[in-house]
Design a protein around this ligand. Structure first.
Ligand SMILES: Nc1nc2c(ncn2[C@@H]2O[C@H](COP(=O)(O)OP(=O)(O)O)[C@@H](O)[C@H]2O)c(=O)[nH]1
Ligand SMILES: [Mg+2]
Length: 366
């Protein structure tokens, strides 16, 4: 296995697409050697920007992702796209549509596209998309776009592996408030109101801005609302006070500021089908990345991700080693009689298993 991985890494150095495709498949399908491959790739991580694109089905995520990929390419940046769509397996019409639309950019060697359908648990999908992102990062892609349907906890987990999260809504999201309550509000670094060619886009944009403004007010980012004597203030303070009474405007102003101590999501209208507004989305992504770097949030987020990763891997290793260990299972079975008679308890046995597990848990071969 190690020799195979050496060959793969050589392929990475020579930027061979076949090596990339193989490496992605190995981690996606958790084939033997996946852990060693990821371990060897680790020193190469950290260059790519990971951008999540999340939102309800049909909002235009794939269309926007494709338009963003094309826009990045115009700036000579390489782009990888991971489309995670548990609601539509490969045979589904929606995904077929995605693939046809994406074909235009797919012929470009500076673009890599991989669809991941649900296989086993959604939790596994989050891990697979994150590890695939690691491989793409190590290979040297500038931008990694991760499309996921924002409908449940696991999809939010996928979104959380991104540096910047874009939440896509549409005018028809009369349920937009509902969507936002479902956790999307918390993960959104940038809101896109797509299908702005349809009526109601302004309304949705305003709703989001009001909500952002109210949230800012609550967390104390905006000046107090009450008892402000406008005449006693300078122009700047007067503007700030007026903004405070108008949450939507306050949010718009804050979203444009270069402050690095806080981030207020930009709300951008797009017609993804015609690539309208897409350059604004890219500019917002750039500004967000600048904020992440300048505020130290990027480093914080990446360190938190490393920490989570170690916890997750450790738990997986412990579980696998313990329950695949014949001696451990033997002791467990031996204690059944005593537990049945009430002479010992599951808790006491659990402690016993753990205290004799040291060598099992730390052995290197497993
Ligand atoms: N009118 C309009 N339709 C759009 C726009 N963007 C995407 N669509 C259409 O909306 C449908 C769903 O788009 P898709 O990108 O597959 O959505 P996803 O499920 O969020 O990935 C497709 O028929 C697109 O052509 C837009 O800006 N305006
Ligand atoms: Mg899609």
């Amino acid at each position: 296995v190690t020799r195979d991985i050496d060959a793969l890494l050589d392929g990475f150095d020579e930027r061979k697409p076949a090596a990339l495709a193989r490496a992605v498949s190995i981690v996606e399908n958790r084939r033997p050697g996946a852990d060693e491959l990821l371990a060897r790739l680790h020193p190469r991580l950290g260059r790519a920007r990971r951008i999540g694109v999340t939102g309800p089905p049909g909002a235009g995520k794939s269309t926007l992702t494709t338009a963003m990929a094309a826009a990045f390419r115009e700036k000579q940046e390489t782009v990888a796209v991971i489309a995670v769509d548990p609601t539509s397996p490969f045979t589904g019409g929606a995904l077929l549509g995605d693939r046809i639309r994406m074909e235009a950019v797919a012929l470009d060697p500076g673009v890599f596209i991989r669809s991941m359908a649900t296989r086993g648990s959604l939790g596994g999908l989050a891990a697979a998309s994150r590890e695939a992102s690691d491989v793409l990062d190590a290979y040297g892609f500038d931008q990694i776009l991760i499309e996921t349907v924002g409908v449940g906890q696991s999809e939010l987990d996928i979104a959380r592996t991104a540096d910047s999260s874009i939440v896509v809504l549409v005018p028809e999201s009369g349920d937009s408030i509902q969507t936002l309550k479902a956790g999307l509000m918390e993960i959104a670094d940038i809101f896109v109101v797509n299908k702005a060619d349809r009526p109601g886009a302004d309304r949705v944009r305003m709703d989001i801005e009001v909500m952002l403004g109210l949230r800012m007010g609550k967390t104390g980012n905006a000046p107090a609302h009450h008892g402000v004597d406008l005449k006693a203030l300078g122009q700047k303070e007067r503007d700030a006070a007026r903004d405070a009474m108008n949450p939507a405007k306050a949010a718009r102003t804050a979203a444009r500021s270069d402050a690095t101590d806080s981030w207020t999501p930009a709300v951008i209208a797009t017609i993804a089908q015609k690539s309208e507004g897409v350059s604004d989305v890219l500019a917002a992504v750039d500004r967000h990345f600048h904020y992440l770097e300048a505020s130290g949030t990027l480093r914080e987020r990446r360190r938190a991700r490393l920490r989570d990763r170690v916890v997750e891997v450790t738990e997986g290793l412990m579980r696998g080693r313990l329950w695949n260990d014949a001696a451990t299972l033997g002791v467990l079975d031996q204690r059944l009689d005593a537990m049945e008679r009430g002479e010992t308890s599951p808790f006491a046995v659990a402690h016993e298993l753990l205290s004799r597990a040291g060598a099992t848990l730390t052995r290197k071969d497993a």
